[in-house]
Design a binder for this molecule. Structure first.
Ligand code: OAD
Length: 236
């Protein structure tokens, strides 16, 4: 089967074998914290020091992890893919970015971090986004606005994911949609499979095990991402 326009959605499961914890582990916590406390605008307003410290720790952990065979398989596919290829990740780590730096993609490739990036910060007043590798304080002064502070460039619950128009356009034009390592619990990403089906695309779920939305996909490939992802892309 030949495909021209590919959209791949990834979630925390693709980074799990690199040592980055997923969100919905059995304890219901994210890295020991309640999601409401560290991943909502209300949580940030109530205790900015706690929220900044949480993301400071996540940012520091990036130095200890590396892209795995699944990230690399995607980068190798992006290097040889002749058509359009939009990789949309819900992950805020930089493991896809690093894999594509090692293996540069073909011209039709684009990567979108729809839930933001740990290695960026945003001014609360001007909205300016800049690279940010170090720690941030509770009232980190903004170089972009006298009354602004810098916050993590992370899309929290209740906020709008990034570049949705671009993503919807790609879903409308795709003929293959692959969802990797995501529980399908968080919208709008959980709805991408329906949009792709609407366009007539072949839809494939790759996960450790079938998710609650598995029946929405034409096919499933189950196993650890470091094995299932390279094996699936070898078939294209
Ligand atoms: P989840 O933690 O909800 O789901 C992780 C998925 O990865 C599950 O379906 C697991 O079965 C699967 N998984 C775990 N280990 C795997 C492995 N080694 N190989 C393959 N699959 C594996 O994470 P997401 O679906 O990414 O949002 O969560 C979506 C969003 O919810 C996140 O982006 C975050 C969170 O709240 C924001 O921060 C805005």
């Amino acid at each position: 089967m030949s495909h021209r326009n590919l959209v791949v959605l990834t979630g925390a499961g693709i980074s799990a074998e690199s040592g980055v914890p997923t969100f919905r582990a059995s304890d219901g916590l994210w890295c020991g914290r309640r999601v409401e406390d560290v991943a909502t605008p209300e949580g940030y307003a109530a205790d900015p020091a706690l929220v900044q410290d949480f993301y400071n720790q996540r940012r520091r952990q990036l130095a200890e992890v590396q892209p795995n065979a699944a990230h690399r398989a995607l980068a190798e596919l992006a290097a040889r893919w002749a058509g359009g290829f939009l990789l949309v990740t819900q992950n805020v780590d930089d493991l896809h970015d690093r894999a594509h730096e090692e293996t540069p993609p073909a011209a039709g490739f684009e990567l979108i971090h729809m839930h933001g990036e740990l290695l960026k910060a945003r001014c609360t007043r001007s909205g300016v986004v800049t690279g940010w590798a170090g720690d941030m304080t509770a009232d980190q002064p903004s170089p972009h606005h006298p009354d602004g502070v810098m916050r993590p460039h992370i899309v929290w619950f209740g906020e709008t994911p990034l570049q949705m128009e671009r993503i919807q356009r790609a879903l409308a034009a795709c003929d293959l949609f692959v969802s990797i390592g995501t529980s399908g619990a968080v919208y709008p990403a959980a709805g991408f499979v329906q949009a792709a089906r609407h366009s007539g695309a072949r839809t494939v779920e790759i996960n450790l095990q079938p998710t609650s939305g598995a029946r929405l996909f034409d096919e499933g490939a189950y196993g650890p991402a470091t094995e299932a992802v390279p094996a699936f892309f070898d078939t294209l």
